[in-house]
Write a protein that binds this ligand. Structure first.
Ligand code: ACO
Length: 349
């Protein structure tokens, strides 16, 4: 049976390290608060002008392509997941196609936030299994630091996020001990506004007002982006942290078990679970609930913060570089985030 396998993996994080203490100059926070609630010690911020979501993706992609033993000219499709694109439109996939001098191949952008990489991987997996493409580049990349509220007003969100990129090259395999066994994707839009960035957008507050009693509607009916939206911080991400936490700790184990059940596997069969690095407390909760040992779960949020669509490929790449996964190992990737959307992928490395 034809499957798709990760033939090469790469990551890139900007060199600029920002510690929790560095954030104190902008907002009323503390290293202790951030570490206790999130497990984060530091994160990376991209260079303000020289680095973008796409340029970071290019660096990760170069490594993944080389490790896959192929060339940029041989890539026949791109799937690019991000919530922080270089432009509102067009998406980053075409910018990467241009930057890497690729052929006039299909280039698709995925907007599924924290679940973006799993969704992108699932799309690519279907194209490989159908025989349509043979060399797909799948990317998660984020430059969060460009659009966070660094005042005390935005501290509950801003301390969590960091920048970086991860990439994989998917290729077909007939080897039954290798490749993606299944992917599982879900959504529940009931609480779409509880983890969201409303503007720029065309909502004219239709949905937002229903969900958030205290949403300041000074900007109702205003154009795409206005001064009052900016004055009311409506151009920054909003997060109801406790609501996200409560849903995440239910949906993570559910979608991991769905992947294991679909393939007649048990949590104890897993060599490694690579969860989206949302918050260390969420990962620990999932580990405990699923009865996994510490060495069965890979976390690196302490060093990179939450890099949204990039977090799973960055963590998987690091785990592989450290020898935590090797050929034939059973690996589960899982994510949960804005939408809400969540998903998992089970694979033999
Ligand atoms: N530094 C210091 N104090 C802060 C900070 C900060 N950075 N942020 C908030 N506070 C204060 C609040 O103002 C509040 O003060 P008050 O009691 O005087 O009103 C107090 O800390 C508690 O605030 P809460 O928002 O209730 O804090 P909570 O305990 O819920 O922790 C957190 C917030 C860490 C976001 C938590 O809700 C959480 O982990 N949620 C999960 C969400 C998550 O992981 N999101 C990641 C992105 S989404 C994703 O990837 C799935």
């Amino acid at each position: 049976m034809l499957r798709s396998k990760i033939a090469g993996i790469g990551m890139y994080v900007p060199p600029h390290v920002v510690s929790n203490n560095d954030l104190i100059q902008f907002m009323d926070t503390s290293d202790q608060w951030i570490q206790e609630r999130t497990g984060i010690k530091e994160r990376r911020y991209a260079h303000r002008t020289d680095e973008t979501t796409t340029t970071m993706a290019v660096e990760a992609a170069k490594v993944a392509i080389e490790r896959a033993g192929t060339k940029a000219e041989e890539i026949d499709f791109i799937v690019f997941a991000t919530l922080s694109p270089d432009y509102y439109f067009p998406g980053c996939a075409v910018l990467l196609q241009r930057a890497m001098g690729m052929k006039e191949i299909g280039a698709l952008d995925v907007r599924n936030q924290c679940s973006g990489f799993i969704y992108a991987l699932s799309v690519a997996d279907q194209f490989i299994k159908s025989g349509m493409y043979k060399n797909i580049l799948v990317i998660g990349s984020e430059k969060h630091s460009f659009g966070l509220d660094f005042s005390t007003r935005g501290r509950n969100v801003s301390v969590i996020f960091g920048d970086g990129a991860g990439a994989v090259v998917l290729q077909p395999t007939q080897n039954e001990n290798s490749g993606i066994l299944s992917t599982h994707l879900h959504s529940d839009g009931d609480n779409a506004e509880l983890l969201a960035m409303y503007n720029p957008g065309t909502h004219a507050n239709h949905w937002v007002k229903d969900k958030l009693a205290d949403f300041d509607d000074a900007a109702i009916g205003e154009m795409f982006m206005s001064h009052s939206m900016i004055d009311h911080a409506q151009n920054f991400p909003f997060m109801d942290g406790q609501a996200v936490f409560k849903k995440a700790v239910v949906k993570f184990p559910e979608v991991i078990m769905e992947a294991l059940d679909a393939n007649n596997k048990k949590p104890s069969d897993l060599k490694l679970l690579v969860p989206h690095q949302a918050n260390l407390r969420i990962s620990q909760f999932v580990q405990q609930k699923m009865g996994l040992r510490e060495d069965q779960v890979y976390n690196n949020i302490d060093r990179y913060g939450n890099t949204t669509a990039a977090s799973v490929p960055i963590a998987l790449c690091e785990a592989w570089e450290l020898g935590r996964v090797s050929q034939g190992d059973l690996v589960c990737l899982a994510s949960f985030g804005s939408g809400f959307t969540w998903g998992s992928a089970l694979l033999y490395w």
